[in-house]
Ligand binder design. Sequence first.
Ligand code: MAN
Length: 365
Amino acid sequence: MKIKTKLLLTPSDIKPTFPNWKVEGVFNPAAIRLPNKKIMLFARVAERVIPKGEDHDIYPMVISPDDYYVKYGKISVGKIIDRGRRVIYLNGGICRLTTISHLRRVFLSEDGFSVEKIEDIPAFTGMAGDGEFGVEDPRMVKIGNKYLMSYTIVNLKEGVCTSLAISKDLKKWERKGIIFRQQNKDVVLFPEKINGEYVALHRPEGTIEFSKKSIWISHSPDLIHWGREKSIMLSRPGSWGDAWIGSAAPPIKTKKGWLLFYHGVKTLGKKKLYSVGAALLNLKNPEKVIARTSPWTPLIKPTEKYEKKGFIDGVVFPTGAVPDLDGKHVLIFSGGADSVTTVKKLNIKEILDGLEYVENENKSI
Ligand code: MAN
């Protein structure tokens, strides 16, 4: 399939929040079309404190419940068991992140291919109790006159969870707290109620695994209480999403069903390759998966040099999808290698025509 793609944002476009911080990545953005037809991104900005040659690592932690007041924690080298690019593992069985993420607003043209303005201060940050170690990977929908944003938080006590925030103007946010508890992320909301209920897709992670991490569905009367959950889409052995899958962007309504983009991970030795597929879900009963991208050929895989090499190599991670104004294409906004943000324009009919019908999702176990 022909995909028109463009590199939109790189770390050097972003002003660090504090003078002694360095931007490592601007990636995994929420995307929404504004009433004036332009597109707004809430891009994840990951920053690191520039080390000063001391004998310890520093990690920032937000300690205020109402502003971005940060304290620096210290980890002495003797406490470190293993140091990953993203995570430092400490003795005692806990870990700390090497970066802290917030969300930055970026304004794009109507066609999504030109950056018109990048704000130079954070628009949404972690808070005490709601992302002390940062907020990550937001996804956004508009229902009625309200913007709803689900986002990953990394908390001191609760660990990795998903929270929800609601806004009428994309400036002031009402934080609703944790909606999917530890260890659950890749939460996307459907952009309208279905059969009178809010519906979300999410991706719980277990420690005792009888199956690989998969995409689940959940329902809510009020966006706070979620339930009637089940796994609706599994990873398929040997496929490009062999290790696990997770929802990418909020589903898009088409005549044939809900069009869902999802990421899939294949492990190659120590490396992980993040590719993207699509699925079609029944409009009235989205737990029914009608069709999916072939297990053998993803829709999108890391092909550009900024997707193959970066903070984490080999990653295309979409978090936003906005229908193009021509009604025929979709604009997919993704992180590349956990470093940059890209836009990709794909033809919706070609995506749907390329899907394979799923007879019985359980057959893929
Ligand atoms: C995880 C998350 C994402 C990240 C991918 C790829 O799913 O940490 O934020 O983009 O891994 O590294």
